[in-house]
Design a protein around this ligand. Sequence first.
Ligand code: ATP
Ligand code: MG
Length: 443
Amino acid sequence: MAKIQTPQPVRGTQDIFGEEQERFQHVVETFEHVRRLYGFKGVEMPVFEPTAVFARSLGETTDVVSKEMYTFEDRGGDSLTLRPEYTAGISRAFLTNGWQQHMPLKLSAHGPIFRYERPQKGRYRQFHQLDAEIIGASEATADVELLCFADQLLQELGIADGVTLQLNTLGDAESRDAWRGALVEHFQAHRKDLSEDSQDRLDRNPLRILDSKERQDRPIADSAPDIDAFLSSEAKEFFAQVTEGLDACGVAWTRNSRLVRGLDYYRHTAFEFVTDRLGAQGTVLAGGRYDGLIETLGGPATPAVGWAAGIERLGMLLTEVPEASMEIAIVPMGDEATVKALSVANQMRKTGFSADIFGSGKFKKRMARANQVGALAAIIIGEDELASGKLQFKNLASGEQTALDVPEIIEKMWELRFSDDLDDLDSELLTLEQDVPAAGEND
Ligand code: ATP
Ligand code: MG
């Protein structure tokens, strides 16, 4: 018989498992924790939208719309697109659900995103984003709050040290138009030296030449005029409020006057958190103020600001990944003991302890695995234990072993978990003490 060929995964997709999955999970859980601290409501969004949602929001000239979207016709003949970002879909939802009544609305989401790109390390065709948006807030305090959220997320993930916040302003419409005029003039003068892509951008979306990655464009982009000379006094004041807010909150930032968000509706704040630890895929979190977007979707003028971060890229930066530990390892010897093990495991889990049955292989091997998964204790069940109803309870840290019934085991487990938590707390306090300068040290 001919050998059946196993279907292969789609290029640029990932099957995330083991340590990688622990990293992924830790990023998502930390995000969920921090977004609650900031009062962001979670939102679940469709994975696909009518193509027009993205084509109109992002604009036909963007890389995403012109080259990267997964667009298809469904059986009813409608053109649909797998979401290449969250913002456009959330803005659509804001309008179609009449969420205006909840403004200012702080929303967060996370899940898969699809872009047809050349796959490489940190760049996939299905990847995953964290997303945070504030809709209906025109004040700079919203930008600051959102950046504090991003900064705290990176702090809590323990990766803030290697990541820099690059910040820019694109000004208001008036500043931006004046700047755009000067840019076009500058790029026109160097037109023949620009890459083909950038010559094309010059006609359609000149700002985007500034963040071109083509080597031949760089000197021309780098010598282009800054926006600073064109900022209106209102735009200057807005940027000053953002930077003052960041300074007041202790969020470090650097100015990058080349940083643009290419889309026409972007205003004022634009930012990226960048690291040099991921090669070419160095941007881990990016966003800005998109005051004009909701209007381009047919809604009323609505100020908004947001960011998105790649979960995989954040996961790759983690140096400490909390291990998923199993608290109790149950080791039954024999068939009858295995049935008992199932019911004991059930009782433990219902009480709130994680428990797993190590039911096959040599006794020594099973105990070794129990240690490997970081179990606090093992419950060993053999013929004697079945007869007496007292199970062997082994504290895996001390090696101490006693015969106990199930209620006694539960009591012991509470004690063990409590002292384990205390140990953790002790070591946390110790590092805190080391971080706090001794009295007088700062004078
Ligand atoms: P890049 O310049 O790396 O292509 P981008 O400007 O296209 O990024 P955004 O649209 O701002 O990225 O998306 C926000 C974040 O999503 C990025 O900072 C990055 O962390 C992540 N990201 C974007 N594209 C991918 C991808 N193909 N694979 C993995 N993560 C991605
Ligand atoms: Mg991209």
